[in-house]
Design a protein around this ligand. Structure first.
Ligand SMILES: Cc1cc2nc3c(=O)[nH]c(=O)nc-3n(C[C@H](O)[C@H](O)[C@H](O)COP(=O)(O)OP(=O)(O)OC[C@H]3O[C@@H](n4cnc5c(N)ncnc54)[C@H](O)[C@@H]3O)c2cc1C
Length: 404
């Protein structure tokens, strides 16, 4: 039986009373446009995501009806120029959009990251003019959805060893192989796929749903990113027209360039999840009475909150600076790795501490913390695992490769 206070807390949590922490007055570093973009996404998440997300996560279902709204708030390809249907925004706006969406749910942010950074970005950066005109406007409007196939059953952290191939058949290529753990795969209309050509070079291409020999079986039984659809991509002699190959890129730098874009967004996004956990725990700590006091009055709980806000503030400063460097085209891949790793680590730690602060209520779906915590277990693994990003930083500072 819930106490009256617990029922009140439940009711208020459903209303989404989120107030973003801004301990170092970071808003003063943002332009009016940044704040406008951030606030409109924040409002949209409160109205459209918070009320439904827990149910969808419990049912392990992707809320497909949100796609139109995601497109309307500019979440698909925020930095892609307006002439191709994008929003033409800078990287700080992009980061803020990801932060606010992931404040709602990492799975919804994953869909936006994949569409913008892993599907639209490679078409924009590596594609022909015809490919850009054909796909980008429809992807920006959400009329068409995409997925990104790099990881394979036997090749995750080391994609250079991939075994998917394309064989030149004169007027087309034949694609064979399989990709695993692909976000959006079950419903995507197109897939940006990476495979080796006859020379052993990694090439990128656009594979369309409906091409003979192409299937996308769904992956079930996930305890993480339950509101995101994940699947495989299976290619059995799929005929790829030559005009579907990206003309302007060869080698691993193709997919890695896309991952840089997405990792930048994740660095901001994971902070959003951390901010939501902190805000929830802070509010709860002032309302929940034990030993005749709000639990927030006990030093042990204050220690948790004080450490959370310190980590969030450091993380906010790091991603803001990274955004400035990215806008100036000076952010290195290693700097992006550091921020992705740092944000996800702090978010996971905060989620775990915040969950404990809510006691038994922390394990229920009445509050977002446990969902964030489980989601972050995927976020810490995809787009380069925690260990791999550490190795990237290690290699960057020493000049020595510890991968092999
Ligand atoms: C929910 C979800 C969605 C995903 N979405 C996509 C997607 O849309 N597209 C896509 O292409 N992929 C996607 N992925 C795949 C993801 O990027 C991979 O899971 C990730 O790269 C790790 O690969 P792996 O799972 O094969 O682990 P492995 O590479 O097998 O790693 C296992 C462990 O070994 C460690 N390890 C590996 N190499 C080293 C080394 N050299 N030194 C020290 N430790 C090492 C890793 O850090 C890890 O802890 C997704 C994954 C998940 C879980």
């Amino acid at each position: 039986m819930l106490t009256t206070a617990e029922k009140e807390i439940q009711k208020s949590s459903k209303k989404d009373l989120y107030e973003a922490p801004d301990y170092y007055l970071m808003d003063e570093l943002l332009t009016e446009e940044h704040k406008l973009v951030r606030n409109s996404v924040r409002d949209w998440v409160k109205k459209e995501v918070s009320p439904i997300i827990e149910d969808y996560a419990q049912r392990a279902e992707f809320p497909k009806h949100l796609l139109k709204g995601l497109a309307d708030i500019g979440a698909f390809g925020p930095t892609v120029p307006i002439e191709y249907g994008g929003a033409g925004l800078d990287y700080i706006s992009y980061g803020l959009i990801m932060q606010e969406i992931e404040r709602g749910d990492s799975g919804i942010r994953s869909t936006a990251s994949v569409q913008g950074s892993l599907v639209m970005y490679p078409i924009y950066a590596y594609g022909s003019e015809d490919q850009k005109k054909k796909y980008l406007p429809k992807l920006a409007s959400g009329e068409m959805m995409g997925c990104f196939g790099l990881t394979e059953p036997d090749h995750g952290s080391d994609p250079s060893a991939m075994s998917s191939t394309i064989k030149d058949q004169g007027d087309h290529f034949l694609l064979n192989g399989a990709k695993m753990w692909i976000s959006n795969a079950p419903f995507a209309d197109i897939a940006v796929v990476w495979a080796k050509d006859d020379q052993g070079d990694i090439r990128g291409m656009i594979v369309e749903r409906g091409m003979e020999g192409f299937s996308t079986p769904e992956t079930h039984n996930k305890w993480s990113l339950r509101a995101s659809a994940t699947g495989e991509l299976v290619f059995d002699n799929v005929k790829i027209p030559k005009e579907n190959i990206f003309p302007n890129i060869k080698g691993l730098k193709g997919p890695l360039g896309c991952l840089n874009q997405a990792r930048f967004g994740i660095a901001w996004g994971a902070l959003g999840a951390a901010m939501d956990c902190y805000d929830t725990a802070l509010r709860y700590s002032k309302e929940r009475m034990q030993f005749d006091k709000p639990i927030g009055q006990f030093q042990l709980q204050q220690k948790k909150l004080a450490e959370m806000i310190t980590e969030i503030t450091k993380g906010q400063l790091l991603v803001w600076r990274l955004g400035v460097l990215k806008n100036e085209n000076r952010a290195t891949a290693a700097q992006i790795s550091m921020a992705k790793r740092n944000s996800v680590e702090l978010a996971l730690n905060i989620a775990r501490e915040a969950r404990q602060m809510l006691g038994g209520m922390g394990i229920t779906g009445e509050f977002p913390i446990m969902r964030h915590m489980m989601n972050l277990e995927s976020v810490v693994t995809y787009e380069g695992t925690h260990d791999i990003h550490l190795l990237i930083t290690g290699m960057d500072v020493t000049g020595l490769n510890a991968f092999k």
